[in-house]
Structures are given as C-alpha cells and as structure tokens.
Design a protein around this ligand. Structure first.
Ligand code: ATP
Ligand code: MG
Length: 558
C-alpha cells in the first residue's frame, strides 16, 4: 500500500499522456464542477484530488466551476462551503467560474441551434415526453412540435425567455434522433422554464439550460481539455459531443470527456439530497455534524486533509463501480494522526485513586513524551499527586486471568510515574466502587523497578487536583446497515447509538487552552479533536477515531 515513485499510470493519466504526446492537446486543463446545492462529501474529495491533482502533475490548470443552473436548490452558503472545503483539502483553483457566467452565451448558442434546425420548442408534458421517448429497445415517437418552422421556434423561444409561459409548459429540445438506442439522444431537453430567483443572476432569467447544455459548453468556453466525470455520465458523452460539435463545428481541441467510477463507501450515504434531508429533519445537528460524510464534518471531527488525500490516492481510479469499506478511510486518518498528533492523558470514565503512602500536599512534575513518532515534538511536564483518576474499565474487582490491569492486590505501572498496588476498594451504599486505595513504590519513578520486577499493565491517569473537565463526544457510524441507500427508506437504517456524550471527563491541564480543531491522541483511547463549540469555560472534544478498528473485532466474532 506504500506509495512508490515508479507507480504505474492510471487509465486517465494514460489517456492524458497519449493526448499530449500525439498533439491532440498542447496542455492539460481540468475542472471541478460542483452544483452548489449542498456541502461536499467524501465522494467529491475523490473528484477534487483527481482534477486538481492531475493539473498539478502535468503542469496544467484546474478551474472551479459552479454548475449553478438549478436556481431553486442553490445558494451562497453552499458556494462558500465548497470553496472552503477545496482549500482545506489543499487545492487552489486557477479560475473561479460559474455556469451562470455563460447564460447570455448559452442563450445565443440555443438561438443558433434553432436557426440551424437543430432545436425546437416542444409543448409535450413531461409524461407525454417520456411516453414519446419510449424504451431503448424500440424507437421512440417524434414530438408533434418537432417540425415547427425556424421562425416559429425563434419566436416561441424568445417568448419563453420573456416569461410569457408558465413553468413546465414548454421546453427547448435538441433535434437529434428519436430512434437512437441512446435515450439521451432522443431529442433531449436543453432549456426549461423555471421562474425562480437565481442567487447570482437574480430575476434576469426565467429559462435555464439543462445540465448537458451547460456542462459541455462551459467546458469548451473555458478551454477545458479533459472533462473528467463519474460513470453515470458515460451515456451522456454522445450528447456532450453532439452539442459541442454543433456549437463549434470548426473548433479544434474540443474537450474530451473521460469517466471514472464514483467513490462509494459502505455504512455511508453519499447523495446531497439525502444528506440535506438528514439536516432538515434534524437527524443530525447540521451539515458539519461530525457523523456526516461531508468534508466539513470530517474536518470538525478531526480528520486531516492529508489523511483524505492519502485515502483518495490509495483508492485509485477505477473504471467499474464498487463499494469500499469505510474502515479504509478510518485507517488513513489513524495512520496520519499517529505520525503527527501529540499524546495526552485523559480519563473518560474516571475512578478516583488515593495513594495512601504519598505525602499529602506533595506534588511533583514528571516528564512525558509528546509524540514517540516525532522527536521534534519534545516533552512536557505532567503533575503527579496523592489523588489521581484512572479509567473505570482499568479496574476489576474479580479480574479474569488475562486482565493485566488493576485488581485487588495487583500491581500496575502508571504511565510516566510509579508502580502502584491496589490495597482496598471503597464502595457506596449501593455496592458500587467509588474509590481505590493504593500504595506506590517511590523507587519506581519513571516506570522502572530497580529490582527488575515487572508489571504487565500500564495505565493512563490524570492528577485529580490538576485535571480539567471536558465533555467528550464519542461517535459511531451514522447508519447500521452496510448499504443504507438500498433500504426502502434510508433513514430506517440510522444508528440510534451514533453519538454518546461523556461529561466531566478528566483531562491533563495542558489541554485547557487547546484551540478548536487541535488534534491529540489520548493515550490508549484514540484520537480526539477540540470541537468548534469548545471554549475555555466548557471544553468539548470529539473522538475522531479509536486506536484500533473496533468494528473489525465485531465482524471477526460473528
Ligand atoms: P450527489 O449525487 O452526491 O448530489 P453530484 O454528482 O450531484 O453528487 P455534483 O455537485 O454534481 O454532485 O458533483 C461535482 C463533481 O463531483 C462531479 O464531477 C461528480 O461527478 C463528482 N462526484 C460526485 N460524487 C462523487 C463520488 N461519490 N465519487 C467521485 N466523484 C463524485
Ligand atoms: Mg450532479
């Protein structure tokens, strides 16, 4: 899985290199074309890494183009979030464009298609149109409006533009071939009436180009050489080419469309429409709820841009659809955070330990290593005192043989500190353990016994009087099923235990001033990140990922 410098080219790179070598294109120019109708998700990051990555690799350019042809669903919040996410992933566009920049030009193109007898105004209802279009195995029926005169078409199209007709009453269709086995060539709609306010062009337009009309022409206008998109557009390619060739019959170097397989992850929904539903119905706190598969949610949860880029690199570019295991994404973030995040001690479910032979009012500072993977991260001081907290799960009153942590009469090491032995358990009236009384061996400072005696367990801990408190949010998968989209209602698959909030967790005091977004490994527990809602008065951490893949263990048991 390691990257090697001699890595072979993927099929898109092969196409590009051929095209550059044989002179079909003198340079590479790609684009990333999101519709601003939602936040970007992890699937989009694949397309971003690919388009921006190829431009970088071949010394070319990559545009960001907002495909904003559907005014009723688009807005500026989405535009801004998309820009932020792309930059956060580490990319910068060469040109910032909008399909709406080209509305005037596109209107002219449509008028020219009409003049050439290649487009007509149709008045079939959507149902009638579908019926006329038929099925791929037999030819469709021509629209009764197909053979209108150019003059009549020009007049009607202009009146469509002027707002004379209600939504849906008329469309402009390309006149291609109602018998084509490719349904997209059976006189596709290229303009529709939609009386909605557009976030950029306001109320100037009440007709809007359809995706195919706007997309290929946008590519050509911007001089895109390779228009890389996902496989569902393969069947659109003949239309993409028909439109470009009809509009620019003389032009050389029209863009080439290349399709690759979408990124799919199990236990994950990747449709903006469905993600919007989760937000609007309050199943999550917002687009950046750390359980969401959006880039903003992954960022808030503690993912690094590097881990997402590495993930996309590792996944590679495929020609066939498949579903990846979400644990691969988790693996990538774990791998990167292991290298870069500083270690801290934090106790999530605290149990108090009193070290009875440690002098009252004494405290000392011990040295702790910030990151064993990175010497330059240095060391820090941690305070030790008579009363500490350990994790409740690190003590068992009646431990089984393989339990190497604390139990009555057992000795363990406190990380960076001393060996302690449990002498007594204190219980409340319900029989619950509320405190342990232990003794420590002053000779074992730093975690070694001079007599060479060994202990099997090393526990993390936090000094009680020094600890700061925090809420820690533990996340699990948002969906219980591998393929939530395959359910009749994907929301039936929501995991009711996808979030658990632990309160009054005890943390090393150095974490008090950690800023939103700061990432740490809490020793033995996982990777955690300061949430954006956190403040010095109320610290909040998100668990990014556990240290190991807990789902793999569950799967292995089944
Ligand atoms: P969704 O279906 O999630 O709403 P979309 O395809 O409608 O996604 P766009 O905004 O049109 O979203 O996508 C912008 C670009 O990102 C397109 O080129 C699209 O092909 C690509 N893209 C979207 N989803 C994925 C994915 N899962 N894997 C790879 N590329 C994707
Ligand atoms: Mg789309």
């Amino acid at each position: 899985m390691e990257e090697t410098p001699t890595k072979s080219l993927n099929f898109i790179e092969q196409f590009i290199e051929e095209d550059l070598e044989n002179g079909s294109y003198s340079h590479l120019h790609t684009r990333f074309p999101p519709e601003p109708n939602g936040y970007l998700h992890i699937g989009h990051s694949k397309s971003i890494c690919l388009n921006f990555g190829l431009a970088k690799k071949y010394g070319g350019k990559c545009n960001l183009r907002f495909d904003d042809t559907n005014p009723s669903k688009e807005n500026v919040e989405y535009v801004e979030s998309i820009k932020e996410d792309i930059r956060w992933l580490g990319f910068e566009w060469d040109n910032l464009q909008h399909a709406s920049d080209y509305f005037d030009q596109l209107y002219e193109f449509a008028v020219n298609l009409i003049k050439e007898g290649k487009a007509y105004v149709c008045e079939l209802t959507p149902e009638e149109m579908a019926e006329h279009r038929g099925v791929p195995t037999s030819p469709g029926k021509e629209s009764p409006f197909r053979n209108r005169s150019v003059e009549e078409n020009l007049d009607l199209f202009e009146r469509m533009k002027n707002g004379e007709f209600p939504n849906g009453s008329k469309t402009l269709r390309a006149k291609i071939d109602m018998t084509s086995p490719n349904m997209h060539l059976r006189d596709p709609v290229i303009y529709r009436i939609q009386k909605s306010h557009h976030y950029r062009t306001g109320d100037k337009w009440c007709i809007y180009p359809m995706y195919d009309m706007a997309h290929g022409t946008g590519d050509s206008i911007e001089g895109i050489t390779h228009s890389i998109c996902t496989l569902e557009f393969e069947v659109h390619r003949p239309l993409y080419e028909w439109l470009n060739n009809s509009i620019w019959p003389e032009k050389k170097g029209l863009p080439r469309q290349i399709e690759f397989a979408r990124l799919n992850l199990n236990y994950t929904i990747m449709s903006k429409r469905k993600l919007l539903e989760l937000v609007q119905e309050g199943h999550v706190s917002g687009w950046d709820d750390p359980r969401m598969p959006t880039i903003s949610a992954l960022r808030r949860r503690g993912y690094t841009p590097e881990s997402i880029r590495n993930f996309c690199e590792r996944v590679g570019v495929a020609k066939r659809e498949h579903v990846l295991d979400v644990s691969l994404l988790e693996f990538s973030v774990r791998e990167h955070l292991n290298k870069v995040s500083e270690r801290r001690m934090a106790v999530l479910n605290p149990l108090k330990v009193v070290i009875t032979n440690y002098p009252e009012n004494q405290e000392e500072e011990l040295e702790a290593i910030n990151n064993p993977e990175d010497e330059s991260a240095g060391k820090r001081k941690i305070s030790f005192s008579r009363e500490i907290f350990i994790e409740r799960s690190d003590f068992m009153e009646d431990p089984p043989k393989k339990f190497f942590r604390l139990g009555p009469g057992r000795e363990v090491r406190l990380r960076y500190a001393y060996y302690i032995t449990c002498e007594e358990t204190i219980k409340n009236e319900n029989g619950e353990i509320i405190e342990l009384r232990c003794t420590y061996d002053p000779e074992t400072k730093g975690g070694q016994a001079p007599d060479g005696r060994k202990v099997k367990g090393t526990l993390h801990w936090v000094s009680a009087s020094h600890a700061v408190e925090a809420d820690v949010r533990l996340y699990d998968r948002l969906f219980r099923d591998e393929n939530p989209a395959g359910k009749e209602d994907f929301k039936d698959s929501l995991n009711p235990d996808s979030i658990k909030i632990l309160q009054r967790c005890k943390l090393e005091p150095s974490l008090k001033s950690a800023k939103a977004g700061a990432r740490f490994q809490f020793e033995r527990l996982g990777y955690f990140c300061v949430d954006k809602d956190s403040s010095e008065e109320k610290l909040i951490f998100n668990r990014t990922v556990t240290l190991r893949d807990t789902w793999a263990k569950i799967a292995a048991k089944q």
